[in-house]
Design a protein around this ligand. Structure first.
Ligand code: ADP
Ligand code: MG
Length: 693
């Protein structure tokens, strides 16, 4: 039978070749992809707010007729401004958009428009700035008005109306092919309706209740399948034989002597948990969770040294070259000629010269080096270890499960420690990382200054630069961070480079300004970073390449430009680069949020520096429909709406998955055929290992 995952959307009526291309931008290639393109919110158009009842300060949806329109260049802003006035029988409201001149040709007097945005008071009149808009004048097929309407993430060339129409057509055309993967007895027990009716309610709900039920049902599927694969994997690992390291108590005390500081009790606890695992023959698979700056690296070094002291090798993989370099520098600082003797370590990255690289590879293979620190380059086929017994993966959410498995497969079931600074609420963690044991570092090293965070609107950026200059005069160093979002990379990069030029000549002409971004030569980037570390540069203009790991204690000021464009977790990560010494630190979020979520994100980072609280807030703010998984956790995407609102479903799915695997550990029963097939397709890296034994 043909699966929806094999049917291209070109077969849906109304989707031509040009649109197929555009849909790719949304990650949609197949009918199945389309069904799982969830609305990021819904609008209840059964009861829109009349214009006369709009409330200042609220995010609202209203509808009216366009009475007047006009575009001009607002001289004080140097920006293009387009405005319309809409009215219903009782009132009128002004709407403005900046720098979107094409709207002049798009919205016309006489159009009926639905608008969503924040209502403000400006010169005593109410207005909405940059609302989401939709013209509903002509031809409604019952999908766009007088009902709960899905609002989708869009891409250029695909409108809400078109997407709704295609979704509706596809559901009619292919809805009957949606199979229930989860066995019927489970569905019955949980009182769930079919997946096909749930998906259809998820897109076009009859009412709020059925929309919520549909969410639960669809999430259950995702959680259940993922859980089953996670449990299978856990079982397969438990059956394997790895290394039983010998770890005498004095190893820890000698290890501790290597550092100029004392380990926090949270670090000690994590090390104790790891030690227990290392001693067992069963391979360790442990997640080390700890907020930025909590000192995870040191903990992973302990694992490396345990391997070495048993005569084996250890590998540590980091997602960026800068970070690998930094870890290597830290490691050699403490352990070449430390209290544990001279541990032989090497750095392996993609930019090594061939000769140098061959030389290093030969040493790794021959066992002439003990600790190998590197980037993705470690995964390459020609990297062969003599005897790898411990693997650490830093910032593991930047890697996939596959890469994790690939590195481990270079040893004979080595002990694996993965590290992340993305804190996840406990319940979720259990589900997402059911195949991992978890250690948490919930305490920061003593003597860290406070980080104060402020939001400043774009207009006052110059004032911020002046303040930064004052701080620099006092000897601190600073970062100025620019966003680079994939699609618009070129333009963004230009902005960062242009500002760098300006800073050098104007705002920071008395200081040493550096620039790093992902498109420059690695060697140049590393050199600049090195200079910044040595305080030969005062202020570093950078893109998000800075995001992970970087550790420069004297940098205590950070300005994040266009802060509204960053995700919450990303803002937290970035801010984690400062406040690494006893001095207090300042983080300025520059930007003008254009959406409610954007505004909430900034508020959340200002309010707390606690990574766990931020993670929870992050989940809360994310609208339904944002895939949860790939980017945050390095997992295949879980196609669910906001998991925080689904904790009950999550728990139910876990329990069902446990008894499911217990009853049929090899997924042999015919009623379980679809579970097996689906896992094989979606989580192959989990299943293969199980069935291969
Ligand atoms: P993260 O958990 O973000 O990876 P790091 O491992 O990079 O944190 O550690 C951040 C900084 O704190 C490093 O400079 C490290 O040397 C330092 N550090 C680690 N543990 C301690 C400790 N117990 N006391 C003081 N400083 C520490
Ligand atoms: Mg780190």
């Amino acid at each position: 039978m043909k699966s929806l995952g094999d049917i291209s959307i070109q077969f849906i009526k109304g989707v031509g070749p040009a649109r197929v291309k555009l849909f790719e931008n949304l990650g949609v290639r197949t009918v199945e992809d389309l069904f799982y393109l969830f609305p990021h919110r819904y609008e209840d158009r059964r009861k829109l707010t009349p214009v006369s009842e709009l409330k200042i300060g609220e995010w609202q949806t209203t509808v009216g007729e366009v009475m007047a329109k006009g575009g001009r260049r607002a001289f004080f802003h140097k920006k293009h401004l387009f405005e319309i006035t809409i009215a219903d029988d009782k009132g009128r409201v002004r709407c403005v958009w900046f720098n979107q001149p094409y709207l002049e040709n798009y919205i016309n007097v006489g159009d009926q428009v639905v608008l969503y945005g924040r209502v403000e008071l400006f010169n005593d009149r109410i207005q909405i700035v940059s609302p989401e808009y939709e013209i509903i004048t002509d031809g409604d097929d019952g999908l766009n008005t007088a009902r709960i309407v899905p609002v989708y993430p869009l891409t250029k060339g695909i409108t809400q109306k078109y997407l709704r129409k295609i979704m509706n057509t596809a559901l009619a055309q292919y809805g009957s092919l949606i199979v229930d993967v989860v066995p019927q007895d489970i569905l019955k027990r949980q009182g769930f309706s079919s997946l096909s009716s749930s998906l259809s309610q998820l897109h076009f709900p009859d009412d709020e209740k059925s929309q919520l039920a549909a969410n639960e049902r669809v999430s259950f599927d995702e959680f259940f399948l993922f859980q089953v694969s996670v449990i299978l994997r856990r079982l397969s690992i438990a059956r394997k034989k790895g290394f039983a390291h010998f770890i005498p108590p004095e190893l820890l005390s000698r290890f501790e002597k290597a550092f100029p500081f004392v380990l926090t009790s949270a670090q000690k606890k994590a090390i104790a948990e790891i030690t227990r695992d290392l001693r067992e023959e069963t391979p360790m698979l442990r997640l080390l969770q700890g907020d930025v700056g909590s000192g995870k690296t040191v903990v992973s070094f302990f694992g490396c040294l345990a391997a070495v002291s048993n005569g084996h090798q250890a590998a540590m993989m980091a997602p960026t070259e800068i970070l690998a370099e930094q870890h290597f520098a830290t490691f050699t600082k403490y352990f070449s000629d430390g209290p544990l003797g001279d541990v032989r370590s090497v750095l392996l990255t993609g930019t090594l010269k061939k000769k140098e690289k061959d030389n290093i590879l030969a040493k790794i293979k021959a066992g002439d080096v003990d600790v190998i620190i590197g980037t993705h380059a470690l995964l390459e086929e020609d990297v062969q270890f003599k005897d790898l017994s411990f693997v650490a993966i830093d910032e593991q959410h930047k890697f996939g499960v596959k890469q994790r498995a690939l590195l481990s497969s270079k040893g004979k079931n080595p002990d694996v420690l993965v590290m992340t600074a993305t804190p996840i609420p406990r319940t979720l963690c259990l589900t997402l990382y059911g195949d991992l044991d978890v250690s948490v570092i919930d305490e920061k090293p003593q003597g860290r200054g406070e980080v104060k965070t402020y939001h400043v609107v774009d207009e006052q950026a110059d004032g911020v630069y002046q303040r930064v200059a004052e701080w620099l005069k006092k000897g601190t160093q600073a970062y100025i961070v620019y966003p680079i979002i994939e699609e618009s990379q070129q333009a963004d990069l230009k902005a960062a480079v242009a500002m760098f030029e300006r800073f050098k000549k104007e705002d920071f002409k008395d200081f040493r300004v550096g620039l790093i971004h992902g498109k420059m030569k690695r060697s140049e980037m590393l050199l600049t970073m090195e200079k910044f570390k040595k305080h030969e540069i005062d202020i570093l203009v950078t893109t998000t390449v800075l995001e992970v790991g970087i550790d420069v204690a004297n940098a205590n000021v950070m300005v994040i430009e266009h802060a509204e464009r960053f995700g919450l977790a990303q803002l937290h990560q970035l801010r984690g680069r400062i406040g690494r010494s006893e001095k207090s630190a300042v983080c300025v979020l520059l930007g003008d949020p254009q959406t409610q979520e954007g505004e909430m994100r900034l508020k959340a980072v200002i309010k707390t520096t606690d990574g766990f609280k931020i993670a929870e807030k992050d989940l809360e703010i994310r609208g339904p429909g944002q895939y949860f998984g790939r980017h945050q956790h390095g997992l295949n995407e879980l196609r669910v709406v906001n998991p925080l609102t689904q904790l009950k479903v999550l728990e139910t799915a876990r329990q069902e998955a446990v008894s499911f695997v217990k009853s049929d550990p090899l997924l042999k029963e015919s009623a379980h055929h679809w579970v097996r097939e689906t896992i094989r397709r979606r989580y192959p890296e989990y299943l293969e290992r199980v069935l291969a034994g």
